[in-house]
Ligand binder design. Sequence first.
Ligand code: COA
Length: 649
Amino acid sequence: MTVTTTTKHGAIAVIRVDNPPVNAISQAVRQGLEDAVSAIEADTEVKAAVILCAGRTFMAGADISELGKPPLPPHLNDLTDTIERCSKPLVAAIHGQALGGGLEIALSCSHRVAVPGTRFGLPEVNLGFVPGAGGTQRLPRLIGVEPALNMAVEGKPVGTEAALSTGLIDQIVDDLEPDAIEFARKIVAQGQTARKLNQAIAPDSFSHDLFDQWRAKCAKRKRGLDAPLAVIDAIEAATGTDVDAGKATERALSLKLRKSPQSKALRHIFAAERASAKIEGVDPSVARQIVSVGVIGAGTMGAGIAQFFATNGISVTLVEISAEAAATGIDRIRENLSQSVKRGKLTQGRAAEILPLVHPTTDYADLADVDLVIEAAVELLEVKKEIFARLDKACKPSAILATNTSYLDVSTIANATDRPDQVAGLHFFSPAHVMKLVEIVRTDQVAPWVLATLAQMMKKLGKTGVIAGNCHGFIGNRMYQSYQKAAGLLLLETGSPEIVDQALRNFGMAMGPFQVLDLSGIDVGYLMRKSLPGDRVHPYAFKVHDALVEAGRKGRKSGAGFYSYSPDGAATDQMVLDLIADTARDYGVTPGKLSEEQIASRCMEALAQEGLAILDEGVAARPGDIDVVFVNGYGFPRHRGGPDFLQRQ
Ligand code: COA
């Protein structure tokens, strides 16, 4: 298939790239562009050209599927040099996204125009490598060193207005193709020649301390990641006097990092996240629209879920047992929103639009017209069954009913209704308006259209949905329980929560296991274990946990758990160390010295074992789903690819 075509509009040529879905820069695209630009250079009738893309977006980057393979010519860096060398003006006409190699191609053109709503970025850092086709060299020359560091080290795209104000684009246009042709005609008429970003940066145009400041920032905020530091090195190289040496440094860093374990892991998780949205055996076209939502329960989870939908412009009916409880839920959302405004994550204006979309009520009759209800009430099976029986009567026949349970049997809940095929689990993670992960729990009875609807809705609203089988704890909590069991045994062996927590933080987990328990409440697991048959709970891995809860130390909310909390922060407590030592003695565990690597590897081994069982039982459809769950819901370091990926290396 031809992926590039050239048409002529008088003296202006239009080179169109058409490589669905996102115009990734495959070998065929590189070859097509190289040939098209050479033809334009040779064509005496053509005075300038526009490069644009068909479909939903400008080129969204190098073809990720080619990155692990030996590079095929023409290489992207040679192509961008060819484009830059072209003696005629070339205008990149951009819509959708110009990301990675796409932005590098645009930067090698002499001019750039874009329609409103376009995003521009160098996200390579998120895939563990450095742009390799001049992105880190041309971007600082065009927009300045600090804005370039901001874009390339953070890997976060900027919008059209920001692009115009920094000079990244020359003009915002309305009707892309005709306006870009008109723009090209104008620059030809004005006698403008092709502008090139190949001159050295003036040494007094930026602060030379910037690079070390950014390295220090990365040491704190991007702990253990190689690519952000390499991007800083590449941009620093762009500020030298030898332009070619800067490019060579960038290229060497890019090629080296592409082969790195971190990049391999990050590319794996990128692909796994996209694969997880696909449901085996379910035709995506059977999905239906969700326009309005009901939420049962306005506690932390319910309020967070309501806030999430309202933030996405979806009307929410929030049901509580009393007007006071409903008002408390609304206060929770108001408080969350005001925190987001304070932290600069939301404007006051946006926050003011969100709250009116949440309608508190105590009457199930108000749910008569909603398309989806999510129950987030107390984690007790009998209560949930009662709620679902009521929902079945109150909601229209086409409504989907979902439960946010973390570990209860979704089929039993579904069977409390006359529509078990329209009941599924939707397990959000706390805080629900922030955490990306949602487990979509598939029972034996659930209808394909229900799963397709929930999966597509989650993707559209920016969540990462993973289909999980219906078992105790589904994918995430079931595996996390094994991890916590390993951590509980290590607690007895090492004698201290801090030793275990530190080892796992240094491995890259966002928090240590005992910090997590203190934050979420040790009593949650305590109650869950009480609900399990005795033989399902390890005889002593959780004994310290249970003793702490029984002593009133439930975690942060009670001022103490594995650690003691004061306004000065968390501290290790002798009482806890004594309790651990006594418990170890009681159960014949000999304390010993374990290295951080041994501690982390014991926990990873436990995760991997449970992961294999989960795959065997079909609770997760693919190994990558396990990784997606852990990276997006449990603070597992993304650059290690997830517990299953790690174990397979
Ligand atoms: N190379 C190859 N395939 C790519 C790709 C790339 N650079 N970027 C996206 N795709 C594929 C996805 O795998 C997905 O394939 P699928 O439909 O078979 O699952 C499809 O394009 C759509 O991507 P998706 O992410 O589901 O669509 P979206 O509209 O939500 O987001 C992007 C589009 C471009 C913003 C997003 O895909 C993205 O961030 N891509 C990576 C960009 C990047 O990092 N570029 C630099 C690489 S050098």
